[in-house]
Design a protein around this ligand. Structure first.
Ligand code: SF4
Ligand code: MSK
Length: 659
């Protein structure tokens, strides 16, 4: 066991672990880490004060005349060497976060599209088109004729069309066709309809170079265009193509938390974001020769478990157990029970390498984009995917056979229902034949459901892990707000037992009645962070169905990322804002209050007909802000007084289906 790091040793009195997290399994492992002398991101966050100038986004290092630091307390008292004002500096920094986050999602989406092309062209045979119904549906939505045509022909045309999402230099991205008319008109008027993601990201990076765009309003305009190229472009393509290739999720009961690890089995964790690695791993762990090899090594079998967003996708599609979210990825290694952790891209802490080394767990990188010093790299090749995943399984079996560490697995699992795609919500509330969001809209109009909130995003050691998510969501459902979730937030709530129909008793009377009638949880888990696009589609559908205004900005809808940390989160937040949604972030916000850029993001954008940003670290106050916004929208729609409507229940739906 390596020595405790100097920082941990010199830290003196250590903060109480109960202040780090409300996740009992993570807390148990953090206690063990202290006994073992192992450091995690929680310790590092406690020992490293964030730079206050950076936290305010009041510094710039875009050229070597700087870096320049401005004073957040007197933001207009000073400019950078080039003359850049605080607004220019903050807008450029914000823009670069949007560009990076959008690049992450669009590169992920493009990888899925590359895979789709190779499958359609017959060059990759290990994957196939699983959901032909969805293929046709998406094709029709982007204007492709499907009647009487073969799956291959439709798929070829869909590939060519969706490639424009990334490469098109002029025009509008294909999924602009899904945007409600009035929202699209607003975008056109503002000049923010995305062309292709590559062009938008490139232009945003160009504009933030020294001496180019030096007007915060114009920079923000390109931020919106780039973020929309992520939400309605790269992310949406990632979600839709993954559904077409691997299946559209439907509700499935899944166990979440570290208790899904098995002492007597070979435990393999897949952590990251792209589903192709995980799909191949699923085949490998079900291969009889590998199962036999595991048994020959003394194990009862192979136990495949997900983490973070690849885990969220796989639990939605296949019911694969999930061990925890971003802030539990080091903690899970401390169990000593993980025989291999394989990772692809995004949100993979470099600190995992050190913790994995401490517990003799192979940490295996698989994507050419992501190597980690100290980790083993086994490249995942889509043309021969199982060669990689079989090799990882064999390494895990070897580690199991040679396990020397005492194993301590927290005995905690939380059952829940996951996999609420927007298509399934359509069915659940409207039925196959009605096929619409009408009952949802009706229940919003009649006031049983006050509004809808998307609560999404990361976990962050700068706040008490999981706590802000859980308290915010409890407060929202108590006030009859239906909550849609993705990413690490969904796992926080799953661990709190809130993704079960039984959690309806925690909801207000109206939402509880709807949940009990339909048999659904008050908190609906929709998948990974790219799957936030499902929330956009659900919002567009609510507008299309009618009764709640003409644009997304009219809906009684709000969004939140209460424990965000990544640049992807900023891109997601900004595409929700640009789509018309009031979006509140917790933890911190990279901006100086009272500046012109702050006023633009937090007020001005709304007056242009789109959404606006909010910031509030306290979950109860955050809920209050979101509910006040929902009520404001209800008032504008003239539905602030409840009107009675009849609920469509399961029996009604069966009757409709039988008719
Ligand atoms: Fe300073 Fe301007 Fe260079 Fe930024 S671009 S580092 S503000 S001189
Ligand atoms: S993994 S971006 S910590 S949600 Fe998608 Fe979780 Fe945030 Fe990464």
């Amino acid at each position: 066991m390596p020595e405790a790091s100097d920082k941990t040793k010199s830290a003196g009195k250590q903060p109480a672990i109960k202040d780090f997290t409300i996740c009992e399994a993570t807390a148990q492992m953090l206690e063990k880490a202290r006994r073992d002398g192992v450091e995690t991101a929680f310790d590092r966050a406690a020992n490293m004060k964030p730079c206050p100038i950076g936290a305010d986004s009041a510094c710039c290092k875009n050229c070597s005349m700087g870096p320049c630091r401005l004073n957040a307390k007197d933001p207009y008292g000073k400019v950078g060497v080039c003359g850049a004002t605080i607004d220019t500096i903050m807008a450029r920094n914000f823009a670069r976060m949007v560009a990076s986050g959008a690049a992450a999602h669009t590169d992920h989406g493009m990888s899925m599209l590359d895979l789709f092309r190779e499958v359609v062209h017959g060059k990759i045979k290990e994957y196939r088109i699983k959901d032909t119904r969805k293929l046709e549906l998406v094709a029709r939505e982007v204007g492709i004729e499907t009647e009487g045509r073969s799956v291959e022909d439709i798929a070829n045309d869909l590939y060519a069309e969706l490639e424009l999402t990334y490469t098109q230099v002029e025009g509008e991205i294909p999924f602009a066709k899904r945007v409600p008319k009035k929202t699209l008109e607003t975008w056109r008027k503002l000049g923010i309809v995305p062309r292709g993601a590559m062009r938008e990201i490139m232009e945003l990076m160009h504009r933030t170079h020294i001496g180019v765009d030096q007007h915060y309003e114009n920079i923000t305009k390109q931020c919106s265009r780039t973020a929309l190229a992520d939400g309605w472009g790269g992310s949406m393509v990632a979600t839709e193509i993954s559904d077409i290739l691997f299946g559209t999720p439907t509700p499935v009961a899944v166990d979440v938390n570290m208790g899904v690890l098995k002492q007597d089995q070979v435990n393999i964790i897949v952590h990251g974001h792209e589903p192709n690695l995980f799909e191949s791993m699923l085949i490998s762990v079900n291969t009889p020769t590998l199962i036999e090899a595991a048994k020959a090594a003394g194990a009862k079998g192979l136990n495949l478990v997900g983490m973070c967003c690849s885990g969220a996708e796989m639990m939605s599609r296949h019911g694969i157990p999930h061990a925890g979210n971003f802030m539990s990825t080091e903690a899970v290694l401390i169990t000593g029970a993980v025989d291999a952790m394989c990772v692809d891209v995004q949100c993979i802490k470099q600190g995992l390498a050190k913790v994995a080394e401490c517990y003799q767990t192979p940490l295996i990188t698989t994507n050419p984009r992501c190597h980690i010093e100290g980790a083993k790299h086994i490249e995942f090749r889509e043309h021969d995917p199982q060669a990689t995943t079989d090799e990882i399984v064999l390494q895990a079996i070897t580690r199991f056979k040679n396990r020397q560490m005492p194993v301590e697995i927290p005995k905690i699992t939380n059952a829940g229902i996951h996999g609420f795609s927007h298509e399934y919500i359509n069915y659940m509330l409207g039925g196959t034949f009605r096929g619409s969001y009408t009952p949802l809209n009706d229940n919003i109009v009649n006031g049983r459901i006050r509004g809808v909130a998307g609560v999404v995003g990361c976990t962050n050691p700068r706040v008490k892990h999981d706590w802000v998510h859980v308290e915010l969501v409890k407060e929202l459902i108590r006030n009859d707000v239906l909550v849609l979730q993705t990413g690490c937030s969904q796992i926080s709530l799953a661990k709190a037992g809130m993704l079960t129909p039984e959690a309806a008793h925690l909801a207000g009377p109206g939402l509880r009645e709807v949940c009990e009638t339909v048999g659904m949880p008050p908190v609906l888990g929709m998948g990974s962070c790219v799957d936030n696009s499902r929330i956009l589609i659900a919002a567009a559908e609510m507008v299309r169905v009618g009764g709640l205004g003409d644009s997304i900005a009219d809906l009684p809808l709000a969004g939140a990322a209460p424990e965000w940390m990544s640049e992807k989160a900023i891109s997601i937040g900004h595409y929700f804002v640009a789509s018309g949604v009031y979006t509140v972030f917790g933890v911190t916000f990279p901006i100086v209050e009272g500046t012109k850029f702050h006023k633009l993001l937090f007020e001005g954008l709304e007056s242009m007909g789109i959404g606006k940003w909010g910031f509030e670290p306290d979950p109860y106050e955050m809920a209050r802000l979101m509910i006040a916004h929902i009520d404001k929208k209800r008032k504008a729609l003239g539905i602030d007084r409840a009107r009675e409507r009849v609920l469509v229940d399961m029996a009604d739906r069966r009757e409709i289906a039988a008719a």
